[in-house]
Write a protein that binds this ligand. Structure first.
Ligand SMILES: [Zn+2]
Length: 713
């Protein structure tokens, strides 16, 4: 499902239809020539069996069958049986009647159904045309070939079933459709075995005849049905039905040139009346075709690969700090995934910092050398070799900083506001607390502090420390880290009792030379406005303490899954969708800056980011305002079914896309329920077991749906 589907997507679906139309009758025309040596049902079975053999070699359909749900299996069994019976009837009919007559009768059924289904003047007119055409073709001839007409009408009924079942098979994407078609063909060969095998036996003694029979199978079944699947996956059923009207007419041409079945004027008139009727009718089902956003949601929930992506990144590759070997492995692996899926992808250079954590410890020398659990903040300078020992003072705000800080370890008392977290505003709580991590070191250094510590910024703790980036702003650089919540509270209690607290702090880390790394950039070209870009992104790097499953392998998996679903669904959006896996969000947004520098001149129409972990999706934060927001809300119905239709106004929709958004492009950020995100985020507990596959599929579905709505609206 790779290079072939990528190639297939570049071909207009109508061309597949044309190929299907030509082979649809060219094959049977050759089959009629075989009738001289082999009985009709023998030819029929050889056609199905040889097609099944081709599919077996090409697609290995038994694998497909094993992976299906029971209802998908039933659909496939039904399609297989219908194919077998339809082909038998068709061959019995063309052995007795002209090809063009059989072809025309084949199409009366869908028109009759449409007329009954939607009694519009248009469909009634189509019905009248088809009935008159059918009357011209069959009038006064029933006496001559009653069985021919019986089989022709039976074929017509099974042809309708084929269209319905095959379209349902194609709705999950062209490549999935072809795989399932192969499985159905195998079932059809087995179904038709008792009817056709005996009559087919003579062919095995004649290599030339056998070759001809295989030719019939390829040109009658493999080529047209595959083309049907490729066309059906890209065309609404109404357009497909319209194109079907060309088939009866093409059968006359092939009948004349290949079979020398010169039609009478009456035959031609009959076939043409049916053809016009087919073109005119509108099946009611066409209106019920789910819109692409809903199809994407169904596909995301039905056959998600997002969890496998997270699992590989988190479990197999592991922590991916910027500049590390693992980060490079993640770039290579995700690039390869896009290639495997058949999506255009490239790497764009990004230079990143490479900070390596060393040993880290804190000992409460004033209180019996109790060991505290501490971790250095990313980018922190090291303590002197062997560590430093100093008194610790606790401050609640930057305003309390003064000369007392000189030579001391400053501990900021910055516990996260759990009321905000429990109220569903965890990001707000985090943002309020995180200022002490980013700015605390430089603020304290301005007053001569020796080192700075904060409370780990988490909403839960089992003595798990929480890291993150420290920002030095020109003041002397002092070591910076976080105590676990439990240890910060221990120190807090000691100080509250008026006791002197003295700490030995040893944070070893090394800032290595910068490393050449990359953003992974994948793209699906728009069909109408390729110069307008909907940017979707997530960062690929992680912190080093856990394996970055929530932050942010899951975000990367959602945007990758969005690309895969759109590509596999053979959906071509109006605008271009560009997916960027940004390198180094955590230690200074290198990837976001490099992307903006390289692409700021391009016309971005929206930027959607995922960097808030995995939970039930609630909606998106957005910078969109006014009429544009109101008109988007009107198109949000597909997201309502997921409970993900909330739009929260915000100026911050994601770090990596922030420069693009600040340049005036509407920004969106996925908002999963965040009440437990900061329990694990940036801590050693950010591991795969925290990712719920069902919630991840829901997040991917919401992300894909919004992407489609913005790219195709
Ligand atoms: Zn993140």
């Amino acid at each position: 499902m790779t290079d072939d589907s990528r190639f297939a997507n570049r071909i207009p679906p109508h061309l597949f239809f044309l190929i299907s139309a030509v082979f649809h009758y060219l094959g049977p025309a050759f089959a009629v020539l075989l009738f001289a040596r082999i009985a009709v049902l023998g030819v029929m079975w050889l056609r199905i069996a040889s097609a099944a053999a081709v599919f077996c070699i090409w697609r290995r359909p038994w694998r497909v069958f094993a992976a299906l749900t029971p209802s998908q299996r039933r659909l496939l069994l039904a399609l297989g049986v219908v194919l077998g019976v339809m082909n038998s009837c068709f061959y019995e009919a063309i052995a007795r009647l002209p090809l063009s007559t059989v072809a025309a009768i084949e199409f009366i059924g869908p028109i009759v159904l449409a007329a009954f289904g939607a009694r519009t003047p248009r469909n009634l007119a189509a019905f009248a045309l088809a009935v008159s055409g059918g009357w011209l073709l069959t009038h006064a001839r029933f006496g001559g070939q009653p069985f021919g007409y019986l089989f022709a009408f039976a074929n017509c009924i099974f042809f309708m079933l084929y269209i319905i079942l095959a379209h349902r098979t194609a709705s999950e994407g062209a490549t999935a459709g072809i795989d399932r078609l192969g499985a159905a063909m195998l079932i059809a060969a087995v179904t038709a075995l008792p009817i056709g095998l005996r009559q087919a036996l003579p062919v095995f003694g004649h290599p030339l005849l056998l070759l001809a029979a295989i030719g019939v199978g390829i040109s009658s079944s493999v080529i047209p049905y595959v083309c049907d699947q490729l066309a059906m996956a890209r065309l609404p059923r109404a357009s497909f039905a319209l194109l079907l009207s060309l088939l009866p007419a093409s059968s006359i041409v092939i009948g004349v040139f290949v079979l020398r079945q010169v039609p009478t004027a009456r035959d031609v008139a009959g076939v043409l009346l049916v053809a016009v009727g087919v073109g005119l009718h509108r099946a009611r089902e066409a209106a019920r075709e789910p819109p692409p956003a809903e199809r994407l949601i169904a596909a995301a929930l039905g056959s998600s690969q997002a969890f496998e992506t997270v699992a590989y990144l988190a479990d197999h590759i592991g922590a991916r700090p910027s500049g590390s070997k693992n980060a490079a492995l993640a770039v290579a692996w995700t690039t390869e995934r896009f290639q495997t899926w058949g999506i255009d992808v490239c790497n764009e250079p990004v230079t990143v910092p490479y900070w390596v954590r060393g040993g880290e410890s804190a000992t409460l020398v004033s209180h019996n050398d109790q060991r505290l659990v501490v971790t250095a903040h990313g980018g922190s300078v090291a303590t002197p070799p062997g560590g430093l020992t100093a008194d610790l003072i606790e401050l609640r705000s930057f305003e309390e900083l003064d000369a007392r800080a000189a030579g001391k370890i400053v501990l900021f008392h910055n516990p996260i506001d759990m009321d905000l977290v429990r109220g569903g505003h965890a990001l707000e709580a985090y943002t309020k607390a995180v200022v002490f991590r980013s700015e605390g070191a430089s603020r304290a250094a301005a007053h001569g502090a020796a080192a700075v510590l904060i409370h780990s910024i988490g909403s839960a703790s089992l003595r798990t420390p929480h890291t993150g980036c420290v920002v030095y702003d020109g003041q002397p650089m002092i070591p910076a880290g976080a105590l676990t919540i439990e240890d910060a509270l221990l120190v807090h209690r000691l100080i509250a009792r008026g006791e002197r607290v003295r700490l030995h702090l040893d944070l070893q880390s090394t800032l290595m030379p910068e490393v050449d790394s990359a953003n992974v950039v994948a793209e699906i070209q728009g069909r109408e406005l390729p110069g307008e870009i909907v940017l979707i992104g997530a960062h690929l790097d992680s912190w080093d303490l856990g394996t970055g499953a929530l932050d942010n392998a899951s975000g990367a998996a959602m945007v990758m899954e969005t690309m895969r679903l759109i590509h596999d669904g053979a959906l071509i959006p109006r605008r271009t969708i560009r997916c960027v896996l940004f390198m180094n969000e955590e230690m200074g947004m290198s990837g976001g800056r490099a992307y903006f520098a390289a692409h700021q001149h391009e016309r971005h129409v929206a930027a959607i980011e995922s960097d808030m972990g995995v939970a039930a999706p609630r909606g998106f934060s957005t910078t969109l305002r006014g009429d544009a927001l109101a008109s988007l809300v009107k198109r949000f119905a597909p997201l309502a079914g997921l409970g993900a239709d909330r739009l929260e106004l915000s100026t911050n929709t994601g770090v990596d896309t922030s420069l693009v958004v600040e340049s005036g492009v509407p920004g969106f950020g996925l908002l999963p329920d965040d009440r437990h995100y900061f329990d694990y985020h940036h801590s050693p507990a950010d591991t795969l077991d925290k990712v719920d596959p069902g919630q991840l599929a829901h997040c991917s579905a919401a992300f894909a749906a919004l992407t489609w709505i913005l790219a195709d609206g």
